[in-house]
Write a protein that binds this ligand. Structure first.
Ligand SMILES: [Zn+2]
Length: 215
């Protein structure tokens, strides 16, 4: 799996380490992490099964965007976390956001409740929970289908969804600003199962590792 991080305002070192621990423990997944967007070029993505993007802001070249779109369209898995719902905006990158199914618009920060909607292997058996995080609001493409897995109860905004793009599977999770979400077991389970699901596993179990970001 390729893990792309970088940009402003997040504890990248802690969060990339957490992703690695969560996903590598007890699985065959091996994480290569980078902040170099050149890694999204098609030939560079060839060895990977999943691309996990949590990078913030900035831009993307046509070759990088084309590489990522082609990777997913041809059956690669894509996980987009938190700030990556607004990544690459300096370049427009409309097809990235259409592939994702929505685009970050705005947020404040505070406590809210998340409830799960419908049945899906990623959220199977999970119960609603309270969390402190940035309360992302999105521009949602009305003509793009999304299977919403979780919503914020205060305003009904989707917090997690899945979709298909070409032959690839896409999972998006809006949570993840800081340790309050990262240390939440539901967040960890969604990240773990969501990545395995994106990689083609239709019945992912529970993560063996527990992660804890420091205060
Ligand atoms: Zn954030």
């Amino acid at each position: 799996m390729l893990l792309l991080w970088g940009g402003c305002c997040h504890a990248w070192e802690q969060q990339t380490q957490a992703v690695q621990t969560l996903l590598e423990t007890g699985t065959a997944i091996r994480v290569t992490s980078t902040d170099d967007r050149e890694s999204l070029r098609r030939e560079t993505l060839e060895p990977f099964r999943v691309v996990f993007i949590m990078t913030q802001g900035g831009g993307i070249t046509d070759e990088q965007l084309g590489g990522l779109l082609g990777f997913v369209r041809d059956g690669g898995g894509l996980v987009v976390l938190h700030a990556a719902a607004g990544a690459f905006r300096e370049s427009g990158a409309q097809e990235y956001f259409r592939m994702l199914g929505g685009k970050f618009r705005s947020h404040k920060y505070g406590d809210f409740r998340v409830e799960f909607t419908g049945e899906h292997p990623v959220t199977r058996g999970l119960r609603g929970f309270d969390v402190r995080d940035e309360d992302y609001v999105h521009d949602l493409y009305p003509d793009v289908e999304r299977h919403v897995l979780a919503v914020r109860t205060s305003d009904g905004e989707p917090v997690c969804w899945v979709r298909h793009y070409g032959r690839g599977r896409v999972l998006y999770l809006a949570l993840g600003h800081d340790r309050h979400s990262w240390n939440n077991r539901n967040f960890q389970i969604i990240l773990y199962r969501g990545t395995l699901w994106a990689a083609g596993n239709d019945r992912p179990g529970l993560p063996q590792a527990r992660i804890r970001l420091p205060e």
